[in-house]
Design a protein around this ligand. Structure first.
Ligand SMILES: CC(=O)[C@@H](O)[C@H](O)COP(=O)(O)O
Ligand SMILES: NCC(=O)COP(=O)(O)O
Length: 237
């Protein structure tokens, strides 16, 4: 079984559109957990355009499932994660002004940096994952950073699948196998949806967790949050 961690950034985007507290991000997170999601993911960005640093602090004590905090390990982010001590931190090499995540780590070039950051988190018993493209060279170098997991960046798979190209999953399956053989667990995320996640899960030999936000929140506008989560859980069994 693959765990579903729901990324609630887009709920905060809606709330921030008007100020105030509608929708209530904390209540939504609790409801998402009660509908069966096994984790909550947030990706606070430096401009706090959706999830704010304060949201992360407020969410931490009320969650009952795995809390996954994603982001670029700038000092402010590292301090936040060390204060909250979530179950998992996912390191993503975002530019400050990126609309959304758009690349995985160059684990060869940034090996030393990642090693140092990951060591600090692991000393605090925080599981580490790093966002990587489905590139065998990057996956092989990832193990030397000391990370527990990799998160495969699935945007390219999702785009290809939408055009009918199912073969795009092959590089992901290969990289999941390499990661497993090297002792790392495998997560995946970005642009996964009800349409494409079932095939992805079936093709990957190892897949611990997917984090899904943009499509899931959009699908919930039509189906409702509870039904949407139930559909994902069925596909991820
Ligand atoms: C790492 C990743 O793929 C997700 O965190 C995604 O980038 C969501 O971030 P936004 O909600 O800011 O697009
Ligand atoms: N790590 C990926 C994530 O949290 C959600 O990405 P998306 O579903 O919003 O593209």
């Amino acid at each position: 079984m693959t765990k579903l961690s729901v990324n609630i950034n887009k709920i905060a985007t809606l709330r921030n559109a008007r100020g105030g507290n509608i929708p209530d991000v904390l209540q939504m997170a609790r409801d998402i957990e009660s509908f069966g999601a096994e984790g909550i993911t947030v990706h606070p960005r430096p401009d706090e355009r959706h999830i704010t640093y304060q949201d992360v602090l407020d969410l931490s004590p009320v969650l009952s499932t795995e809390f996954n905090i994603e982001g670029n390990p700038i000092t402010k982010f590292v301090n936040l994660v060390l204060q909250v001590r979530p179950a998992q931190v996912t390191l993503v090499p975002d530019d400050e002004d990126a609309i959304t995540s758009n690349a995985g780590w160059d684990t060869v070039k940034y090996k030393g940096f990642l090693k140092e950051v990951i060591s600090g988190f692991k000393q605090n018993n925080i599981r580490c994952s790093i966002f990587v493209d489905p590139n065998p060279e990057m996956v092989k170098a990832a193990v030397e950073t000391g990370t527990d997991r990799i998160e495969l960046y699935t945007e390219a798979y999702a785009a290809a699948y939408a055009k009918g190209d199912k073969d795009a999953v092959k590089s992901y399956a290969e990289c999941a196998g390499i990661a497993h053989d090297l002792g790392m667990e495998v997560n995946a995320g970005h642009d996964l949806s009800l349409e494409n996640v079932g095939y992805f899960k079936k093709q990957l030999p190892y897949l611990e967790e997917v984090s899904i936000g943009h499509a899931l929140i959009s699908e919930a506008l039509y189906l409702g949050m509870e039904k949407t989560i139930q559909k994902y859980l069925k596909l991820l069994k």
